[in-house]
Design a protein around this ligand. Structure first.
Ligand code: SF4
Length: 464
């Protein structure tokens, strides 16, 4: 049975206690289902997961493994990467149209052999170039050959995992590259203003022992030196099973994660204010974008790929551990590729192979009405726009204030949320308390579960 999950302020999934048996009508999935689903999407974003890093960071709970490297890059004959390429190729054939957006993440995609990267981009662009193409990289993997892809317009956005400019903080979280001087040199060499592509910098805040002003100081230095178009600022999350979690629990009596949290949100409030003072709009709890030009305009350097997730539009994840959400026949299917490199590469179906590349190595299940509602609340409330009330009513066949009368009114009364004629969004206080608010909402839904229709209307997802 599916366990409901909460998306925390830090941007990671946390398990909640909600469970349900209310099901969508079954789509009767078989080994050809994924291929059929891909072919049937009216729009589709593509996520490519490169599951390799030089070594594991202490806080990392993403699916990635240490690199079988040759000259600093992944061996071009790597069987996992070969299957990824096959699947991108097959997905492009099945979909038959340009992908809406394409995001190459990981792991550290900066480790991709550049010829393989070129092949990935070519396969993803078989029917035309995606509207936005992004790549992640660790700073130490950024070199002139990767910048060429950006400067030539083959890739639009680079997301660089800086995390901190303090050696002490990088070492505390066990970052696999912890030399701030080298990070500064790399930024100065490759990322100076005047570039023709978009730059995002990832930072982590809430590191044990980190002073409140340190993230703001990192932001100032990064903004002064490279003026990034976008900032992603995540609160450190110490996940069970990670080396960081084990380290903190090795203290006599252990350290409770709550002890490390800044419950008042003082640190986050300061950071959000600091970003706004520098002209960055917080369009999602952890994401901030600058205006497209210096002119007064409402267009910002947002990440369109990530906006696809928050709007719950269809996306296909390729690579071990990657997830997808695809729609068909009034159902939303959640698909997950195996979290296992050798099995993933063993299942190579190949172009034209028996059953095709997507026939094995995936878990697929239909989301229930309740799961879809939970995700809609989680994703929608993270964005500055919030939930669109008319869309909500169309999907769930009930207005939000009828489905959630108590929490809806309480959030407005306590000024944790504001509403306009067609939106319901969290205020700053609400964003700080988003997890508590979501739990309250889920508990209220539990009480009014009978109101929730089993056959919800997913066409509304595509009409905004
Ligand atoms: S580079 Fe990213 S994906 Fe790789 S181990 Fe570090 S945090 Fe995890």
């Amino acid at each position: 049975m599916f366990l409901g999950k909460l998306y925390s302020v830090s941007g990671r999934w946390e398990e909640s206690v909600l469970q349900t048996d209310v099901k969508f009508p079954s789509a009767n999935h078989d080994e050809h289902s994924i291929a059929r689903l891909i072919a049937g999407q009216s729009e589709l974003s593509l996520y490519v997961h490169i599951p390799y890093c030089t070594q594991k960071c202490g806080y990392c709970s993403f699916f990635s493994r240490p690199l079988p490297a040759r000259n600093g890059y992944i061996d071009p004959g790597n069987p996992v990467i070969s299957r990824i390429l096959e699947e991108i190729h097959e997905a492009a054939v099945l979909f038959g149209k340009p992908f809406k957006t394409c995001y190459i993440g990981g792991g550290n995609p900066g480790l991709l052999n550049r010829e393989i990267l070129q092949e990935i981009l070519a396969a993803a662009s078989m029917h035309g170039r995606a509207g936005e193409i992004s790549i992640e990289s660790n700073p130490e993997s950024l070199d002139a050959s990767l910048i060429e892809f950006l400067a030539d317009g083959k890739i639009d956005r680079l997301s660089l995992g800086v995390q901190s400019l303090s050696k002490k903080n990088l070492e505390t979280i066990g970052r696999n590259f912890s030399d701030p001087e080298q990070i500064r040199n790399i930024l100065a060499e490759y990322c100076l203003p005047g570039r023709t592509w978009e730059l995002n910098i990832d930072l982590i805040t809430g590191i044990p022992g980190q002073e409140d002003r340190e993230t703001a100081k990192d932001m100032d230095e990064i903004i002064d030196s490279v003026s990034p178009d976008h900032l992603s600022i995540y609160e450190l999350s110490i996940e069970p099973g990670t080396p960081l979690y084990l380290r903190y629990n090795a203290f006599p009596g252990g350290i409770h994660l709550e002890d490390l949290r800044d419950e008042s949100g003082k640190n986050l409030r300061k950071i959000w204010k600091h970003a706004a003072a520098h002209g960055y709009k917080q369009y999602e709890i952890s994401n901030f974008a600058r205006r497209l030009t210096d002119l007064e305009t409402d267009v910002f350097h947002t990440c369109r790929h990530n906006q696809t997730y928050w709007a719950m539009r269809p996306y296909l994840g390729i690579g071990p551990g990657a997830a997808s959400t695809l729609y068909a026949d009034g159902c939303a299917a959640r698909i997950e590729a195996l979290h296992d490199l050798s099995s993933y590469s063993e299942y190579r179906g190949g172009r034209g192979g028996r059953g095709g590349a997507f026939s094995q190595g995936y878990l697929i299940e239909d989301l229930t009405s309740l799961e879809f509602l939970q995700e809609k609340l989680i994703m929608g409330l993270r964005t500055s726009e919030g939930l669109v009330k008319s869309e909500f009513s169309r999907i769930f066949k009930l207005p939000i204030d009828v489905l959630l009368p108590q929490t809806f009114q309480k959030m407005l009364y306590k000024k944790y949320a504001v509403e306009t004629e067609d939106t319901f969004s969290l205020t700053e206080n609400g964003k700080i308390l988003i997890n508590t608010i979501l739990v309250e909402m889920f508990l209220e839904i539990d009480r009014s579960i009978k109101l929730l229709p089993t056959g919800i209307d997913l066409t509304a997802v595509f009409e905004l």
